[in-house]
Ligand binder design. Sequence first.
Ligand SMILES: Cc1cc2nc3c(=O)[nH]c(=O)nc-3n(C[C@H](O)[C@H](O)[C@H](O)COP(=O)(O)OP(=O)(O)OC[C@H]3O[C@@H](n4cnc5c(N)ncnc54)[C@H](O)[C@@H]3O)c2cc1C
Length: 388
Amino acid sequence: MTHTRTAIVVGGGIAGPVAALALRRAGIEATVHEAYTTTADGVGGALGIAPNGRAALGLVGLDRIGTPMNAIVLQNHKGRTITEIRQPAQFSWRADLYRRLYDLALQQGVEVHHGHELVDVRESGSGIRAVFADGSTSEEADVLIGADGLRSTVRRLIDPQAPEPRYSGLLGFGARVEGAGLPPTGDRMYMAFGRRAFFGYQTFEDGSGVWFANLPYAYRTWQQARQTSNEQWLHRLAEAFAEDTLPALDLLRLTPPEDLITTGPMEDLPHVPHWHRGRMVLVGDSAHATSPSSGQGASLAAESAVELARALRDLPHPQAFAAYEHARRARVERVIAQGARTNSGKAAGPVGRVVRDALLPLFARLATPEKMAWQYDHRISWDAPVAA
Ligand SMILES: Cc1cc2nc3c(=O)[nH]c(=O)nc-3n(C[C@H](O)[C@H](O)[C@H](O)COP(=O)(O)OP(=O)(O)OC[C@H]3O[C@@H](n4cnc5c(N)ncnc54)[C@H](O)[C@@H]3O)c2cc1C
């Protein structure tokens, strides 16, 4: 069995470009195929980049991304501070992270094809091809990497019984505002368990600010829920925070409806039984989507992309896929489980809220930098050989 020379990367979001860059660093030629006909500039809200994610991005040449968020000040619905958790991280607009990665990939000679929605594959003894919705196919390559996100097609091609995303019961919203009229929070993000919804915000020296909210919400189909206008969502959010002593209402009032970003249902994938089959393998959200509450989605995607490239550098693909999964599965599933626990606190009912608020100081004590080191201090040794 020979080593991998070429790869098809399906998905040009975050994991896809990182995988392509890391593969190039590993001496493997990678081509990215993205379903959208255009780039994703200006699309999406904010996401966290934890120190472990920043380190993984650094390995493919991306540094200095995002706005520092070196502490989380956790408050209750009365705005009383329960604890301050120091953890050096960044937050970035998804569009900014995406654009930086996209530019880097192009600079390094990665081909990115838009309008290539993968619907099937053709696998032979010598290689694999992607089949796109318009009937065209890609060049043959040694492996195909599914970096196609939460609703991955590659996941279903690997395993038709693969699980679907699980809804946490929360919807995500956010916006940036000008003239927030609040004192700057510096490098601190304030987060609060309101009585009926979760709120976070950070304000800056220039008077601008960012906020996000997680609203418990039951719906039949997301298609149907999407009919709700931004004005209506802002109104619902204002109702949810009406009884809290938080700056939520001020920041909502400063948000023009057209600037509201609805990031949609907060979903995860706690356990995907099969990450690879034959010449196909998953990376990023397609394999291990974690709810945004963990702040680790993009970071884990970057880590996995780099680990997969290392494994393919050193081993023929069947062993490389197994070594990659072995290196990643326990870690990512632990983060996903932690994100899900945070979500259940955010979506708690009246009784759950009382228990949660009573236990918050305890949880806060557990979230010390030492206790979180397994998550944030993880570093990938690029040069270390990968054993089968
Ligand atoms: C448009 C968009 C906006 C987002 N906004 C936020 C946000 O505000 N906050 C947050 O925390 N997370 C957001 N996410 C999710 C976040 O980017 C991921 O959780 C994380 O960064 C992992 O990235 P990923 O590359 O694995 O998945 P994604 O970022 O979801 O990228 C997957 C890519 O694959 C493409 N794709 C899907 N199916 C196919 C197919 N069949 N053929 C070819 N290409 C395909 C998608 O169009 C997408 O570009 C967003 C994702 C998308 C796609």
